[in-house]
Design a protein. Structure first.
Length: 405
């Protein structure tokens, strides 16, 4: 990976600004978050206007504010260094969709947590996590799952009663989205090689893939804190429904709702735009290393933390995850089942971006990394005990390493 953030070439910025000015003269821009299509422009028959449409210059014109407003290439919240110019067009256009504020007459609700994707994913920048907490509520899922954890939505549109808890509840943080496009590229073969539900190697770690019913079969899944979605696009489509009540056909189990807006409430094109944005979100860059952090990285492996937090997973380096489910013991048992995951089972959280966090665990109960290590029981009790048995200086070295991620 190329080090250091870079900005788009000046020629692209100048072209973008110029075209935006032309667009504003020619027509009133469509509502924020709407896709600008051929029908929104003067119908070109031939010549330069047609070429502009064919080259998607109109998308660049609509997204120019995002080019200027968003972080640079490779920065936190910015696009990948490897993004092509077409990828960048889709990234900035998708960022507009990610920030779109939905209204009730556009499909928001009837119950919901917030009005846009960016409303929840905004810390420390757009595309990150959130300080808000979702409450889990147990509802019945397909028979083979033994139950499915759904979010208890905090708000409702006018005339609709808010949801009330009906079963086991738990606090769940909003996770960051950085680097998820890279994790979507990890093959199932790479994950399958790491599975060890019978603990054949005797290290106490029994990682297993999540599974979810879909398309007439049980499919291995990896996204979400309980590994309940099989790919990034389906994960995003599910969040639209579960968090905002915005129905679509890309969710793993298509769902209608009871509001006055016809289902599906957004098109496949809108899901494509969200996917293009999140897929290109760069992973957080590492902080500078020190002698202490370098020693801490070695100790991190020696005490067994890399049994789950793999430094490399397939082609992806630096995420420190195996994308598998692990039983974390009673200390981290939420009581909520989701898919094949029990209440105590969580998918290994990627550690990149850890230095941007202020609190830890799925419910943010831990205020320090040392506290998190003490809560890692179940399959992680071996590494946890070894960490707690280290001299203070060695513990500090591991924490220094984790604070570079």
């Amino acid at each position: 990976m190329v080090s250091g953030p870079t900005r788009l070439p000046w020629c692209v910025l100048i072209l973008t600004i110029g075209l935006s000015a032309c667009t504003k003269v020619a027509a009133t821009p469509p509502e924020m978050g709407r896709r600008l299509t051929r029908s929104a422009l003067p119908a070109p028959e031939a010549g330069l206007p047609a070429a502009f449409v064919d080259l998607r210059i109109e998308k660049l014109a609509l997204a120019w504010n995002e080019v200027l407003d968003s972080p640079g290439v490779g920065e936190l919240g910015g696009p990948l260094h490897t993004s092509s110019w077409r990828d960048l067009l889709d990234f900035y256009d998708g960022r507009v969709a990610f920030k779109r504020v939905f209204r009730a007459d556009e499909g928001l609700g009837p119950t919901f947590n917030d009005v846009s994707c960016a409303s929840c994913h905004s810390a420390p920048v757009i595309g990150g996590g959130g300080a808000d907490m979702a409450q889990g509520i147990t509802v019945h899922g397909p028979p083979w799952t033994g139950g499915d954890a759904m979010g208890l939505r905090k708000h409702a549109i006018e005339g609709v009663e808010k949801e009330r808890a009906a079963g086991k509840t738990a606090r769940l943080r909003t996770p960051p989205l950085f680097g998820l496009g890279l994790l979507d590229q990890v093959s199932e073969q790479d994950r399958q090689r790491l599975e060890d539900p019978e603990d054949r190697n005797g290290d106490g770690i029994r990682g297993r893939r999540g599974y979810r019913n879909g398309e007439g079969q049980q499919r291995p899944s990896r996204f979400g804190q309980k590994a309940n979605d099989w790919d990034l696009r389906t994960f995003l489509a599910g969040a639209l429904v579960d968090e905002m009540g915005v129905t679509n056909t890309a969710r793993r189990e298509p769902r209608a709702d009871s509001d006055a807006v016809a289902d599906p409430e957004v098109s496949e094109v809108f899901i494509d735009r969200l996917d293009a944005y999140v897929r290109q979100l760069a992973p957080p860059q590492r902080g500078p290393s020190t002698p202490s952090s370098l020693k801490g990285r070695q100790l991190f492996a020696e005490i067994g933390c890399t049994g789950c937090h793999k430094a490399q997973l397939g082609p992806v380096k630096g995420a420190f995850t195996d994308l598998l489910l692990h039983d974390m013991g009673p200390s981290l048992d939420s009581g909520l089942k989701d898919g094949v995951a029990t209440g105590a089972m969580w998918r290994t959280a990627p550690l990149w971006g850890l230095r941007h966090r202020k609190r830890y665990t799925h419910d943010e109960r831990a205020a320090s990394i040392a506290e998190v290590m003490a809560l890692h029981l179940g399959e992680a009790k071996g590494p946890s005990r070894r960490f707690l048995g280290l001299p203070q200086a060695d513990q500090a070295a591991i924490i220094a390493f984790l604070n570079t991620l």
